[in-house]
Design a protein around this ligand. Structure first.
Ligand code: ADP
Ligand code: ADP
Length: 226
């Protein structure tokens, strides 16, 4: 079953810049696909089109069998984790995790259950009453992942989630994300410019260059010496 399907997806910005020329590929349910390539190659634009944060100039995009070209982010079965965490500074960790569900009038018991589950999975139970400014970078990124988790989406979109962390934390969080992926069985689309991250995390890797998809294959086949 295909969970994310792109058919000739194209993005031209208003200034004429062709960020994504024409991308066509399928991501299976439960797969972890990494989009990799140098800065400016169009990875983030592609991810943001899947998220609904950027309009699609041409082509078709489907998530879980539904064409989503014209659907708002909230109507897509996705959650996104951003490089800069995007936490609400005036709220505690628990409030950050609960906020979206409160807006949607999720029952209190359900909110508490999901916040508790996410906090346990990420080892941040002790942080629930703190505010983002009181957290380390790694802790903030855990909370950002937690905010995506509580949405219980079919598809997780991660945009350079570890780029702001130091090397040691990056490794720890990489292992953590792989573990979460196994535990949840969710589909993940992960953007990075780091080849090691791509190689160690991806089931399949989409290599991009200057707006074009150059190669889609397993890490073995992409990175093995000829
Ligand atoms: P990556 O994520 O691989 O670094 P991006 O998707 O951010 O690449 O950018 C792809 C290209 O589109 C780059 O040339 C970038 O400068 C350009 N670009 C990105 N956002 C915009 C925008 N809002 N308006 C115009 N050009 C943009
Ligand atoms: P919150 O932003 O705290 O989750 P909402 O879910 O109501 O609260 O946020 C408004 C909209 O922003 C959502 O309906 C959804 O479309 C989008 N949104 C919120 N969190 C995410 C996320 N992690 N990934 C993608 N979109 C999100």
């Amino acid at each position: 079953m295909s969970n994310v399907s792109l058919h000739n997806v194209r993005k031209v910005y208003e200034n004429g810049r062709v960020a994504v020329a024409s991308a066509s590929f399928e991501i299976a349910a439960g797969e972890l696909v990494v989009l990799v390539g140098p800065s400016g190659c169009g990875k983030s634009t592609l991810l943001r089109m899947i998220a609904g944060l950027e309009s699609i100039t041409a082509g078709d995009l489907a998530i879980a069998g539904t064409r989503v070209n014209d659907l708002a982010p909230r109507d897509r079965d996705i959650a996104m984790v951003f490089q800069n965490y995007a936490l609400y500074p005036h709220m505690t960790v628990a409030e950050n995790l609960a906020f979206g569900m409160k807006l949607r009038r999720t029952p209190r018991a359900e909110i508490d259950r999901r916040v508790g589950d996410a906090a346990r999975m990420l080892g941040i139970e002790a942080l629930l009453k703190l505010r983002p400014a009181e957290l380390s970078g790694g802790q903030r990124q855990r909370v950002a992942v937690g905010r995506a988790l509580v949405r219980q989406p079919k598809v997780f979109l991660l945009d350079e989630p570890l780029s702001n962390l130091d090397a040691k934390l990056r490794l720890a969080m990489r292992v953590e994300i792989a573990r979460l992926h196994r535990t949840l069985g969710a589909t993940m689309v992960y953007v990075t410019h780091d080849q090691v991250e791509a190689m160690t995390l991806g089931h399949r890797i989409v290599v991009m260059s200057d707006g074009h998809v150059q190669q889609i294959d397993t890490p073995m086949r992409i990175y093995e010496k000829p």
